[in-house]
Design a protein around this ligand. Structure first.
Ligand code: HEC
Length: 327
């Protein structure tokens, strides 16, 4: 059944996943920002007034879309279907969606397909019973978003942008503005009328998404999980790590590939003083000039506690190493 083009605005969109949820080990951190997207870049504390000038000719001309815009759909790592953005567009009605775009810090209008309808097209209705969706981006970025989040809020796969800059955004990378091609698809969230989605979710969204995989936390994050008897702080830190860090960093060989592996063979709690580890998370610019790593979302509520928890989790993993590649 197709969803109505505009869902009733009274639809509950506030995150339901905060607080004690089904999977004690995994639920808590997911209420937080990055589940709505990811923070491959640092939209961070950018100069608010100076929104990216979309009219400026791009330093690198946006590559004209080649037509090869295939997205692979998987279930628990097994490929089930491959669809191009063009094929999806024929099956799911594209809408014009205006959002507050977190990289440009400005309102941008995209042509976009409701994510729920795309998932129905790819998987049938059964995707709703899965725990999470892992998005894989061309550059090794791997954010995970709980299915709950997608049901509670309005997410879209953007396939084009209105205006004359092509399907691109202007993004701050290591202190320089670069124009980034978003194709095949860019995951965006309706956030103009939802303050909570704004503060929690406006922190990097996955673009150049080439793969969508339905996963369960247990199977996907097995090697990253701390021992079951770990303290509540460590378990909460695991949630937070998956929400905020695993999209770029691997633990025991599992996770994103934008930043370095953080457990095997050496864990940062073994070679960094705790104060320096905290700086990496809190404000990487205190560690490196123009770091590629963004700070933990500055708008997160309970940010200090989340940092404590992540540090506790990393500490626990130091004595829980699994050589990557070993089953
Ligand atoms: C957008 C991708 C990204 C995210 C998200 C991210 N990091 Fe990083 N991280 C990097 C990159 C890239 C580096 C390598 C240094 C650099 O270029 O900034 C790095 C470096 C580090 C380092 C230093 C490691 C070393 O040996 O030098 C630590 C520690 C670290 N990250 C921890 C974290 C934690 C904890 C989180 C979650 C709160 C996190 N990172 C989130 C990309 C990311």
């Amino acid at each position: 059944m197709r969803l109505a083009e505009r869902r009733d605005e009274s639809t509950v969109r506030t995150a339901g996943s905060r607080g004690p949820a089904l999977m004690v080990m995994l639920a808590i951190g997911f209420g937080a920002c990055s589940l709505l997207g990811c923070s491959r870049s640092e939209p961070g504390p950018a100069p608010r007034g100076e929104s990216a000038d979309v009219a400026t000719p791009p330093a690198e001309a946006p590559a004209k879309d080649s037509g090869a815009r295939s997205i692979e759909f998987r279930v628990e790592s097994k490929p089930v279907k491959s669809l191009t953005a063009e094929a999806l567009k024929k099956k799911v009605k594209p809408l014009r969606i205006e959002v507050f775009e977190p990289y440009e810090h400005a309102n941008v209008v995209f042509t976009a397909l409701p994510l729920e309808q795309v998932l129905d097209e790819a998987y049938g209705p059964s995707w709703r019973t899965h725990e999470a969706i892992l998005f894989s981006c061309r550059d090794g970025y791997e954010p995970t978003i709980p299915v709950r989040r997608i049901l509670d809020h309005r997410a879209f796969l953007a396939i084009d942008r209105l205006g004359d800059v092509g399907f691109t955004i202007l993004k701050d990378e290591e202190g320089q503005k670069r124009r980034i091609e978003l194709s095949p698809v860019y995951v965006i969230w309706e956030n103009l009328d939802n303050a909570r989605v704004r503060t929690e979710g406006d922190y990097g969204w996955p673009y150049q998404v080439v793969r969508i995989d339905l996963v369960s936390f247990r199977s996907r994050f097995q090697e990253m999980a701390p021992p079951a008897k770990s303290s509540a702080t460590v378990l909460a830190g695991f949630d937070a790590f998956i929400a905020h860090c695993s999209k770029c960093h691997a633990i025991n060989g599992h996770g994103g590939a934008i930043g370095p592996e953080l457990n095997y063979p050496a864990n940062p709690t073994e070679y960094l003083k705790e104060a320096w580890l905290r700086k990496w998370i809190d404000q990487p610019t205190l560690m490196r000039i123009a770091p590629r790593m963004p700070p933990l979302n500055p708008d997160l509520p309970d940010r200090a506690r989340i940092i404590d928890e992540i540090v506790a989790y990393l500490g626990a993993m130091a004595s829980h190493k699994v050589e990557p590649g070993t089953p």
